[in-house]
Design a protein around this ligand. Sequence first.
Ligand SMILES: O=P(O)(O)OC[C@H]1O[C@](O)(COP(=O)(O)O)[C@@H](O)[C@@H]1O
Ligand SMILES: [Mg+2]
Ligand SMILES: [Mg+2]
Length: 343
Amino acid sequence: MKRSLGITVTEHLLRQQKETPAATGAFTLLFNELNVAAKLINREINQAGLNDICGYTGEENVYGEKVQKLDDYSHHTLVRRLIQAGQLCAIASEEDADLIEIPTGYAMGSYILLMDPLDGSSNIDVNVSVGTIFSIRRRIKAGGPVTLDEVLRKGSEQVAAGYFIYGSSTMLVYTTGDGVHGFTLHPSIGEFLLSHENIQIPEVGRIYSVNEGYYCYWDEPVRRYVDYLKTPDASGNRPYTSRYIGSLVSDVHRNLLKGGIFMYPADRRDPKKPYGKLRLLFEAAPMAFVVEAAGGAASDGTRRILDIEPETLHDRIPLYIGSKENVAEAEKFMRREMPMGAE
Ligand SMILES: O=P(O)(O)OC[C@H]1O[C@](O)(COP(=O)(O)O)[C@@H](O)[C@@H]1O
Ligand SMILES: [Mg+2]
Ligand SMILES: [Mg+2]
């Protein structure tokens, strides 16, 4: 196990490439550019407050959210670097209403990148960890402009997914579906080095993570489940510990290492957003791909996230993600299968 720690991402990818006869090196090139973009974003985040990266651009995105300067910087940095990589045929971003085509004059590849350029925007100005989420798919058509049906596919069809977390240390966590690996950015070398090989999420955890400020807007099954987590039981397993950072990447990353469940349920705050806040293609599906590859689970309360076919690029979805036993228990409540008095 300890033999690989400290190798670079490129070395790690090349080792995987050797084990994949059909590999062409395109994925490794794409990934390298992703890392370069993340390092540029990391540099801006580390200087937040000294540079002009805090605050709003004055624009609103397709979700009606005010766009932060760092959302915008991260979006454009990723688009610029990844187009240059020459391995993509299209990009979809949380910060763009439409599919981004590869401009003429740039090499086209067969991969499609979907991304949440900056996750945890409400934490940017207050020095709390934020992230970048990415999802990589292979196109299904042989050529020509990419059409939406090539992008609106189940999460189980991703070829890779992961995230960068810009926190006390800067990390990359990714999977190609077989094993989840974490790399830490070595500040002086400037390289992501393997630090967490083959991450396995505990089968069950005693951490729950949800914004309880929305309790009054939740449906009864969600309230019952959260009440249950906070009610002491005879075996001393409950109450659980509550942790909520408010950055999806950071909350899921913590649970990936310690076990537990993160949830962003649907709520009745805004009739225009009946399915909660999180985005299926840019947030739920890539995080589900990582957590499942680490032995965990991800659900919308009743369905496996990776089995859900998106209807639009910007679908929202309720999310229950983390340790297998915790997600299974949450689903029992959402399906109203938990007997009354189970609390
Ligand atoms: O403030 P709330 O409603 O708890 O929402 C927090 C959630 O919203 C998000 O910030 C949404 O992501 P973006 O920052 O990419 O818009 C998640 O990271 C986080 O889990
Ligand atoms: Mg996000
Ligand atoms: Mg975002």
